[in-house]
Design a protein around this ligand. Structure first.
Ligand code: CA
Length: 226
């Protein structure tokens, strides 16, 4: 899950971002409202955690702007303001949830997971290729409608990205974007290694799909040709 974390206090930002990464999120950090806007324009996120008091403005302006453009990105507001009127203002601006500082990391993660489980228009319906099915709302893969197929985080994100565009080529760049943060160095063969591990896991699970390499372009997921 790709998360945008908007927070101007470097100490809070560092600590919270590390915890979120440990909890399985790919985190991009923005320290200003302007940075946050640039990130949202450049990248598709699954969820945003937003501090309200930012050096160049009020975080709620960003929420209003997103909703005005019909962008449904789930937003959890993080704020020191605990007055009832402030919470109401946050929700009215279009935030989905809020947490008052200081907060426990476990509570932040629990609320984010709850937000991500919430069905939203942009998540779309479940997609299936052969006997492999992905439910965006639950975030789970199943083979033959059996038990959820549990994958390591990056392979999970990779497979979700491929399954969203079944039978079409997904470029290397967009796959790399889906699984790595801006800040991370990507080794040149890292994507290939993840793809080959994913192929082995899919085969072991009995999924009748194959991930084809399209040389120099990317990958595509399709039913195993018989
Ligand atoms: Ca602040």
């Amino acid at each position: 899950m790709r998360l945008l974390f908007v927070e101007d206090d470097p100490q809070i930002a560092g600590a919270v971002a590390r915890n979120l990464e440990r909890s399985g999120f790919a985190v991009d950090h923005a320290g200003t409202l302007a940075d946050a806007k640039a990130c949202v324009e450049a990248q598709q996120y699954d969820v945003m955690v937003l501090d309200l008091g930012l050096p160049d403005g009020d975080g709620l302006d960003l929420v209003r702007e997103l909703r005005h453009r019909r962008n449904p990105l789930p937003v959890l507001v993080l704020t020191a303001r605990d007055a009832v009127s402030d919470r109401v203002a946050g929700l009215e601006a279009g935030a989905d949830d809020y947490l008052v500082k200081p907060f426990a990391h476990e509570e932040l993660v629990a609320r984010l997971r709850a937000l991500l489980r919430r069905p939203r228009d942009d998540l779309g319906d479940a997609v299936a290729v052969a006997n492999l099915r992905y439910s965006p709302a639950a975030g789970t893969f199943t083979v033959d409608a059996g038990q959820p197929l549990l994958l390591p985080r990056r392979e999970h994100m990779l497979l979700a990205a491929l399954l969203r565009r079944p039978g079409r080529v997904v470029t290397r760049n967009s796959l790399e974007d889906a699984i790595w943060d801006f800040a991370q160095e990507i080794e040149s063969n890292a994507l290939e290694s993840h793809i080959s591990r994913l192929r082995r896991r899919l085969a072991r699970a009995g999924a009748k799909v194959e991930i084809r390499s399209i040389r120099g372009v990317g990958y595509l997921l399709q039913p195993v040709s018989s």
